[in-house]
Design a protein around this ligand. Structure first.
Ligand SMILES: [Zn+2]
Ligand SMILES: [Zn+2]
Length: 150
């Protein structure tokens, strides 16, 4: 007999399980479970670190993300004057990678690093006040000047 709790866990993983990795393929990861939110962030830090108009991140629970290979290739950078902002990337190819932060109770998954499209789509745009005028419009989505308000 398989304990009921174990069956439930397996079903949750099957319902939403994705793989992803960096451009060179050295770092691979998998995520499972519910997506808490999916946001475009137009802040200056996301623009600088992505080289594009905004970052697109899925937020999940930290224990829902696991490294499959290449964990030793991970580099990270914390912006010195930022309270929390940190980037995680492959030291060989520089691709943005998940930031698993149990201390903040979140894992931030760069949507573009996923192998396939997730079932969910972005629910809004944050740091809209920092948006570059040339960035994707996305104005059909809810947007907030900085962090989302409920
Ligand atoms: Zn790489
Ligand atoms: Zn940002």
């Amino acid at each position: 007999m398989v304990p009921v709790c174990q069956i439930t866990q397996e079903m949750q993983m099957a319902s939403a399980s994705y793989t992803g990795g960096c451009l060179c393929g050295a770092v691979r990861y998998e995520i499972s479970g519910d997506v808490r939110t999916f946001l475009h962030c137009h802040c200056l830090r996301c623009r600088k670190s992505s080289g594009t108009g905004h970052a697109s991140n899925l937020i999940i629970k930290p224990d829902s993300a696991n490294w499959v290979s290449g964990e030793e290739m991970l580099s990270s950078f914390k912006v010195p004057d930022a309270e929390r902002f940190r980037t995680v990337f492959c030291s060989a190819c520089g691709s943005p990678l998940p930031r698993i932060a149990p201390d903040l109770s979140i894992a931030v998954i760069p949507a573009g690093s996923l192998d396939d499209e997730p079932e969910t789509t972005p629910v809004g745009c944050i740091f809209w006040d920092s948006r570059a005028s040339w960035s994707c419009d996305n104005s059909e989505l809810p947007h907030w000047p900085e962090y989302p308000q409920q």
